[in-house]
Design a protein around this ligand. Structure first.
Ligand SMILES: [Zn+2]
Length: 470
């Protein structure tokens, strides 16, 4: 599809280039075809939205996001007053056709507002309101010069995904807001389903925790902390290298501890490196009186053929919690986790499935699976996952424990954008609310891009892993 869009853009360039000063293209009836194609092209770029009155200085564009919401942008060089006109289902209303199938010379319907349908509408940063389909056909609107306006129109009842008999249900365990006991029962059910799907055992259900064996390879001192390179024995057949840091000059503890998780193309070292999108968050924590540990989660092949990839990564992180909890200088009730990108995803999983985690920070990841299907490495996708849940449901398993999600305002729409983040956050927040833990969950939309925002992350983790004041 992306290639087809590029081809269309390129081809339109050829058509426009042929047009002379007088508007004539080739001077025969084929010019009509070119004019029609140009109109179709323009309507595609606005998803069928038009403005009335039209004026040459008006700039209008619209795109659909992966959740089916329409994003419109408009600007003008002079003050403009008029109406925005969203398309209607012409095939049905004018032509009495049962569906809008591709027809020769047909003007496709991109986004339509059926009569009687309900939509939510958000103008710029205002609180969203609701409108009917027929109101969207002629929506009064104005633009001031130099001020780009942004409108988001979301169908109130998105089209249900097809669930014909034989087709597996989609997001079957999506959270339905209810009361405290229903929320807790839902969490238990989903946690069990996800553990089975990933083929891991839930730490809370393991009767006895044997502290994993660790070999120390090397010890060095840095500013305010000591660093050890260790090897953790996850199982009889699996050993993984890890970095462990302990605070120096702050007494014997017990200290809080944080598992620091890297993303694609990085290693356990990267989270301590200030010159990366991680801004050395693990080092910042290590210097702030926190025990930190970092392991690798970037492998794309399983070591144990009976394991799933996500399951094997997650079992390594469970092992980090086991190990931290076994250290005398760590307070096992004050363990948190944090990560960026794939690390933000793994932090979500760890916080969701290991209830020993007191606080989770997930940076550069909060989105929906539809978005992740499009242009990402699909190592997030285990068989049966989409049928079961979407990311907001998995995040919701962290409730009532503390959760901070960070998303950069400079993330492009094609990536971990703030629009999807806000929508996902609204969904996961419902579970926190039902568990009387609305105050435990925070969305931090920072001014950066795909990166960690240190100040809010550090404050959040220190606050939520702080010991009781005496
Ligand atoms: Zn991957």
């Amino acid at each position: 599809m992306a290639n087809a869009f590029e081809w269309v853009d390129q081809s339109m360039g050829h058509i426009y280039a042929k047009q002379g000063e007088d508007g004539i293209i080739e001077g025969w009836h084929g010019d009509g075809n070119a004019a029609r194609t140009a109109l179709m092209y323009a309507l595609w770029k606005t998803q069928g939205v038009t403005v009335h009155p039209w004026r040459e200085d008006v700039r209008l564009g619209a795109v659909l996001d992966t959740e089916g919401a329409l994003h419109i942008q408009m600007e003008a060089q002079r003050p403009w007053n008029g109406t925005l006109n969203v398309d209607r289902p012409r095939h049905r209303e004018y032509l009495r056709l049962p569906l809008d199938y591709p027809r020769i010379n047909q003007f496709p319907e991109w986004f339509t507002a059926p009569e009687g349908a309900a939509f939510s509408i958000q103008m710029d940063d205002e609180v969203p309101g609701s409108v009917s389909g027929e109101q969207l056909w002629t929506l009064p609107f104005s633009v001031k010069p130099g001020r780009k306006r942004h409108i988001i129109i979301t169908p109130a009842t998105p089209a249900a995904p097809p669930s014909e008999s034989g087709t597996p249900a989609f997001r079957a365990l999506r959270y339905t807001p209810g009361d405290t006991s229903a929320a807790m029962a839902w969490q238990q059910e989903l946690r069990g389903k996800l553990a089975a799907l990933l083929r891991v055992s839930l730490p809370a259900e393991t009767e006895i925790h044997h502290p994993p064996l660790a070999k120390t390879m090397n010890t060095a001192s840095a500013e305010a902390y000591e660093r050890q390179d260790i090897v953790l024995e996850v199982s009889e057949s699996r050993e993984i290298p890890a970095i462990l840091t302990r605070p120096l000059g702050k007494g014997d503890g017990p200290f809080p501890a944080v598992i620091c998780i890297h993303g694609h193309g990085a290693t356990r070292e990267t989270v301590y490196d200030s010159d990366t999108p991680y801004h050395g968050f693990a080092k910042v924590l290590a210097q702030s009186g926190v025990v930190t540990i970092a392991v690798e989660v970037g492998q794309h092949q399983v070591q144990n053929p009976a394991a799933t990839l996500l399951g094997e990564r997650l079992a390594d992180l469970f092992c980090c919690v086991d190990y931290l909890a076994s250290l005398s200088e760590v307070d096992p009730t004050r363990i948190g986790c944090a990560g960026l990108s794939l690390g933000g995803e793994m932090a979500m999983w760890l916080g969701a499935l290991d209830t020993r985690i007191k606080a989770t920070v997930s940076s550069g990841f909060l989105t929906f699976m539809n978005q992740m299907e499009r242009n990402h490495c699909i190592c997030w996708k285990e068989e049966g996952l989409r049928e079961c849940a979407d990311f907001p449901d998995i995040y919701a398993l962290i409730a009532p424990r503390a959760l901070l999600c960070q998303v950069g305002r400079q993330e492009p729409l094609s990536q971990f954008n703030t629009v999807l983040a806000k929508r996902a956050f609204a969904q996961l927040s419902a579970t926190f609310e039902d568990l009387d833990a609305g105050h435990q969950v925070v969305l931090d939309l920072h001014d950066g891009a795909h990166e960690v925002c240190i100040p809010t992350m550090k404050t959040f983790l220190l606050e939520h892993t702080a010991g009781h004041q005496k």
